[in-house]
Design a protein around this ligand. Structure first.
Ligand code: NDP
Length: 330
């Protein structure tokens, strides 16, 4: 049965324009990298997706290999789309990507025309869609000329498989080159998806934000919560069931005593602002208007709820920013 969500939530949902395109995104988007594989109950996944949509998150970020197993997140999201959100398809922005390992052999990963176009066709089948809204080349591929990647992305838009194209994790230089090639072809790059958080500021220091402004593409940061490290949950240990506690995930050895000291300092600033550490980390990562949106993960609805409320307090004064810089610089 299709969900009927109140349209008044759009009046309360802040959006930003994606670069110089006509596309707009909510300040927070939901990512399905973790928590949407076949190892998680369908009902929890459904609750997260519908809960996000009801709050005003209309952008969902996927990739061919999100699972486990690879492809499962697209298939599971496709089921929710068909069963619950069919009437709302036109309101949604659905993104997917190709580039990381997907199938065996030389074309099972990368940014060749063969990989990108074939992978997107399989993604569309799993999602049950004719087209996605944004398609990304998921990572730079030194084995493929940038010209070939640009031509494949141009073809993807012209063939109607995607409305917009983007790149993820390309350096500022490669991003500028790819954007230039696509502009020549008549299909502008709309968006770049880099990692970005208080603990990982390469897009500021290596010039990607400047390139984005020059070239006119938007920026959507991933892992703004550093996979949960920038929340209150690890301040005093590693709770059972958290991502740091699960095998194969980021190592809890990343949580050093020095880092915990800085996190406690940040949590104190957050508390003075009436925010949690997660809310502070999200508001901070949105302080530059060149950052269009952040794609965040959640394993339960209560996290999404907490994170969404970050949008109630986005402003920082100079003293808060200076105190944060001081803590991050230690
Ligand atoms: P986040 O930094 O958003 O971490 C999300 C995790 O942090 C949650 O799953 C949860 O983990 C924990 N968490 C979130 N909110 C809270 C809270 N309020 N309190 C306590 N814990 C919380 O990043 P992700 O690693 O999940 O990545 C987000 C998205 O970014 C992905 O789904 C994907 O779409 C995209 N991405 C893109 C990449 C790319 O190469 N383009 C690479 C990586 C991600 P827990 O399980 O411990 O509860």
């Amino acid at each position: 049965m299709s969900l009927h969500a109140s349209t008044s939530r759009y009046e309360r949902t802040p959006v930003r324009r994606v670069g110089r395109s006509g596309l707009h995104l909510p300040l927070l988007s939901l990512g399905l990298w973790q928590n949407f594989g076949d190892d998680r109950p369908h009902e929890t996944q459904r609750e997260l997706v519908l809960g996000a949509f009801e709050r005003g998150i209309f952008h969902f970020d996927l990739a061919n290999n999100y699972g486990p197993p690879y492809g499962a997140a697209e298939r599971n999201f496709g089921r929710i789309l068909r069963d619950d959100l069919a009437a709302h398809r036109d309101e949604l922005v659905i993104s997917t990507k190709a580039g990381w390992d997907m199938w065996p052999g030389p074309h099972g990963a990368g940014a060749s025309r063969k990989h990108l176009v074939t992978s997107l066709d399989r993604s569309l089948e799993r999602l049950g869609l004719d087209r996605v809204d944004i398609f990304y080349t998921h990572r730079p591929d030194p084995r493929t000329p940038l010209e070939e990647t640009a031509a494949a992305l141009d073809h993807i838009v012209r063939s109607g498989r995607a409305h917009y194209v983007g790149m993820s994790s390309y350096s500022a230089d490669a991003g500028r080159q790819l954007a230039g090639m696509l502009r020549q072809l008549g299909t502008p790059v709309t968006i770049h998806q880099p990692s970005y958080s208080m603990l990982n500021r390469w897009i500021e220091t290596e010039g990607l934000l400047d390139v984005a402004a020059d070239e006119g593409f938007g920026v959507i940061g991933f892992t703004a919560l550093a996979q949960g490290m920038l929340t209150d949950k690890y301040l005093d240990g590693v709770p059972e069931g958290s991502r740091a506690a699960s095998p194969g995930s980021f190592s809890s050895s990343a949580l050093t005593d020095e880092l915990r000291d800085s996190l406690r300092g940040l949590a104190a600033i957050a508390s003075e602002r009436g925010q949690s550490l997660a809310q502070l980390a999200l508001a901070w990562a949105l302080r530059d208007p060149r950052v269009t949106s952040l794609v965040i993960g959640a394993s339960r609805l209560s996290q999404l709820d907490e994170n969404w409320r970050a949008l109630e307090q986005l402003d920082f004064d100079a003293q808060e920013l200076a105190e944060i810089e001081d803590l991050l610089g230690r």
